[in-house]
Ligand binder design. Structure first.
Ligand code: HT7
Ligand code: ZN
Length: 849
């Protein structure tokens, strides 16, 4: 098992300027003919060995400058095809055979049901044909696909369609992509597909053909995705001046996909979860997810495709920036305040946990064994926070100048995060030398805050506490923007400032007439943990004009309250009063729903020195029951005012109403009262949206045995033919807190709908169970054993899926002794499995050492 290091990066020895591909698709195999124009980077007329990455390929024949190569001129070993004694400039034609129908890893060319499709990022192309499979080798591709016309009427690849031909039962289509691209952006699709079309006129007047392809019969579920695509195209023109650059933009939805979607040039391939939706079958969260993923992949056309990464260590160059862009897009099209809170919540639930674990890494890692393991919350979400800080430091206007400079300077190139930072500092007129540490250091920084008020002077003292590396080495302090405000007793802003913090200790002071109240890290201007000596949560959660700090204060107030219950078994009356105040407040309803959400189990777990879930669950239950009984009438009236069972609109007010009423319904259900259960049952039976049905089903599953079973079986009968909906069914059962969940999850594996080869189903059943703290961490160790068995089994089918499941063990180090011992035994069993993939080995080994 080989570890790859950033410090070993060398420029490629050969370049490929042109790559002509021909695919002959048959039921049992595919023949690939790959003709490349290759040039050595050295100009010394020596003879060299060309090394091409190749995994599981059956070579048929090779031609160099049209001459067939004898066996002595090449060898194929250890995933490398070496061609000896090559001249400086030559053409190389390689014919090879692959078996897409047997490809369960879902990398390279594979079949999703009856559809041929590809996934090549980061290193899938080497499973299609021998190639210099690295992102800094960029070529112009022409692709011809030949297949049975009846079975595969739709044949797609990157770029614009060049020609079509018929030969008896077969047909062929040739695609030409004029933009040089790395192999990871190559795509091919063939199948009998349904489609919806539309068009978009760009700012310079080009009409672009837009197509969304899906399984036949699903066409009517593609309209939200199409709307989102057009919104994203317009937004990128308005906000970044970026225009689309081909005549056609194709999106294809497939069911078997390892992640969310892929930004292949001109031919995005999507997990159908992020395309297909209608009001009856998709939740509000699904609709929002589609909008943001469609936009994310579209935005990659400039941040990723036109300007790509020099090597995979630069992944955050395209991913951090593109996530930041899609976050801003969603914030602009929906509620800004809610969007920011949701982004921060997601960051803290996933990235903060990762950053406190043995798999913690900088947004630009220094080494990897399997690149697939580095598509992480750190590279993506923390990466986006780093770009957001640059945006804050530069301000809107300079940030736009800086991105313009970035696009002008590096268009058509494969570059590094340093190149990006150069453009930011050059046009932004700011020195980012110290800021660059955000790219190379790991862990979440803490900021200790102490305040003093004397002689009409308010003093703010800040101390940065930076965690050591995993190996125990010291890391240095950061440069970051810290947005603060000082408020008066009515909550009015005395001042608002964005401070730039760069030292370990810093002191700021302001003259004020009376002692102000501090509102700190407004909008979550830096991805840090704030530790305040004193706090004003009660005041800020009622009065702060910054919606993020208002949310943050309510959340921290909730955390303190739960911790008091854990330690002293005592419910803080002031928190209960504040909760009542928020219930009465006149606020945007989705924002209100967020304020009323109690801290997650994960939030409390992250604060425990030694993790033990049981007291967290007990405290949560106690507080929820208390709030529900104190405020039953208020909660009921909020529910009744906002429950409109036949309103299935996805306009914001309708979504907001569903958000608040389902939040209060969940709290009310803690009482277990019959009148409440009737409401829930009624909501399940009569609401026309999937959001309402799922919310009700989740409550019924967790609170009532009988009604839960009736509704679940109704749901199953109704939707068993729709896999996307069945994912929700499996997820509810796998997340259930009821006794017997593990047994039921085990049994569900034999359900007709379940299929271990389809990642969405594995994620919904096994993945969700592995994050069900109550049952995964049960003290009998059976949860661990089950998930470990699954990791070993699925690793043989799809290593990427298996290593994602292994992520559930990341909190091993922090667990209490009983659980730790049980976890260790299972982790050891996994890591010593014969022929375990390098993906799983890398994750499990890190967790254990
Ligand atoms: N750039 C893509 C990353 C990716 C991926 C996508 C689908 C399947 C497997 C994959 N491996 C890596 C997705 C994105 O960030 O847009
Ligand atoms: Zn991306």
């Amino acid at each position: 098992i080989k570890e790859i290091y950033l410090k070993d990066y060398k420029q490629p020895e050969f370049k490929v300027s042109k790559c002509d591909l021909c695919f002959e698709l048959y039921d049992d195999y595919t023949i690939v003919t790959n003709t490349m124009n290759i040039e050595s980077s050295k100009k010394d007329n020596q003879l060299y060995t060309l090394k091409l990455n190749s995994i599981d390929l059956e070579l048929i024949e090779l031609y160099l400058n049209d001459l067939k190569l004898s066996d002595a001129r090449y060898s194929y070993k250890d995933e490398v095809l070496s061609v000896y004694n090559t001249p400086n400039k030559f053409s190389l034609k390689i014919k090879n055979k692959i078996y897409p129908q047997n490809n369960t890893e879902l990398e390279g060319l594979y079949k999703s049901g009856s559809i041929f499709c590809t996934q090549n990022e980061p290193e899938g192309f080497r499973r299609i044909t021998p190639y210099i499979d690295r992102p800094d080798v960029m070529a112009v591709y022409t692709t011809t696909i030949i297949a049975d016309k009846k079975k595969y009427p739709v044949l797609l690849s990157n770029g614009n369609k060049q020609s079509e031909n018929q030969y008896g039962d077969k047909h062929s289509v040739t695609w030409f992509d004029p933009h040089p691209k790395p192999s990871y952006l190559f795509a091919l699709v063939a199948g009998d597909l349904g489609v919806i079309n539309d068009s978009f006129r760009t700012m310079s007047g080009n009409d672009i053909e837009l197509n969304i392809y899906c399984d036949l019969g699903n066409e009517s579920k593609c309209f939200h995705a199409m709307r989102s695509l057009k919104d994203a195209m317009l937004w990128d023109e308005e906000k970044y001046g970026r225009e689309y650059d081909l005549d056609i933009y194709n999106i294809v939805a497939v069911d078997s996909f390892n992640m969310g979607a892929m930004e292949n040039k001109g031919l995005n391939i999507f997990n159908s979860h992020y395309v297909l939706a209608n009001e009856e079958l998709a939740t509000d969260r699904d609709f929002m997810g589609i909008q943001s993923v469609i936009a994310h992949e579209y935005f990659h056309n400039w941040t990723g495709n036109r300007i790509t990464c020099r090597d995979w260590f630069q992944l955050t160059l395209k991913e951090g920036l593109t996530v930041f862009r899609d976050q801003c897009f969603s914030a602009d099209l929906n509620s800004k305040e809610v969007a920011r809170i949701e982004d921060v919540k997601a960051l803290r639930e996933r990235q903060f946990v990762e950053d406190a674990s043995p798999t913690s890494h900088p947004i630009q890692p220094e080494s990897y064994i399997s690149m697939n393991n580095f598509y992480t919350a750190t590279v993506y979400e923390k990466g986006a926070e780093v770009i957001r800080m640059i945006h804050t430091l530069l301000g809107e206007e300079k940030y736009r100048k800086a991105t313009d400079l970035y696009f002008e300077s590096f268009d058509g190139q494969a570059v590094t995060t340093k190149d990006f930072l150069w453009a930011m500092s050059e046009a932004g007129k700011v020195d980012l030398t110290q800021f660059e540490r955000w790219y190379h250091q790991n862990g979440t920084p803490r900021l200790l805050v102490s305040e003093k008020y004397e002689n009409n002077k308010y003093i703010l003292r800040l101390t940065q506490v930076i965690p050591n590396t995993l190996e125990g080495q010291r890391q240095r302090v950061y440069f970051f923007p810290l947005k603060i405000a000082l408020l008066n007793e009515e909550g009015k802003e005395i001042l608002e400032e964005t401070l730039t913090i760069s030292k370990e200790f810093e002191e700021f002071s302001w003259e004020t007439d009376s002692k102000p109240i501090l509102s700190i890290n407004r909008d979550f201007s830096a991805p840090i943990i704030i530790k305040q000596e004193q706090n004003d949560y009660q005041f800020l959660s009622r009065h702060d004009s910054n919606s993020f700090v208002r949310y943050e204060s309510m959340h921290s107030f909730g955390v303190d309250t739960l911790e008091k219950i854990i330690h002293n078994d005592e419910i803080d009356r002031e928190f209960v009063d504040t909760y009542g105040y928020i219930l009465d407040a006149d606020l945007n309803l989705s924002f209100k729903a967020l304020l009323l959400e109690l801290p997650s189990v994960s939030t409390l777990m992250q604060r425990q020195e030694v993790v033990d879930f049981e007291p967290i669950y007990e405290a949560n239950e106690k507080l929820q029951k208390h709030l529900a009984s104190v405020y039953k009438d208020k909660l009921l009236s909020i529910y009744k005012n906002n429950h409109l069972p036949k309103d299935d609109s996805i306009e914001s007010l309708s979504m907001d109403r569903r958000a608040i009423k389902n939040r209060v319904l969940k709290l009310l259900s803690m009482l277990g009262d019959e009148d409440i259960i009737d409401l829930v049952k009624n909501q399940y039976d009569n609401s026309s949206t999937m959001t309402d049905k799922i919310a009700a089903l989740d409550i019924l599953e967790n609170t009532t045995q009988k009604e839960g079973a009736v509704s679940l079986s109704d749901f199953y009968q109704r939707y068993k033919n729709d896999t996307l909906v069945m994912n929700k069914y499996f997820a509810i059962l796998a997340a259930s807190e009821r006794e017997g969940t593990l047994d039921r999850v085990m049994a569900l594996q034999n359900d007709d709908v379940y299929d271990e080869k389809i990642p969405n189903l594995v994620r919904s059943l096994i993945g969700v169970f592995a994050r069900n703290y109550k049952h995964f961490h049960s003290k009998d160790g059976l949860g661990y054993k089950f998930v470990a068995d699954k990791i070993i089994e699925i690793d043989k089918i799809n290593a990427q899926m298996a290593s994602a499941l292994a992520g559930a063990f990341k909190i091993y180090e922090k667990m209490n002794e009983t659980n730790k011992k049980l976890m260790k035994a299972e982790l050891k069993r996994v890591v010593s499995t014969h022929s375990l993939s390098k993906n799983c080995y890398e994750i499990v080994n890190k967790i254990l050492t």
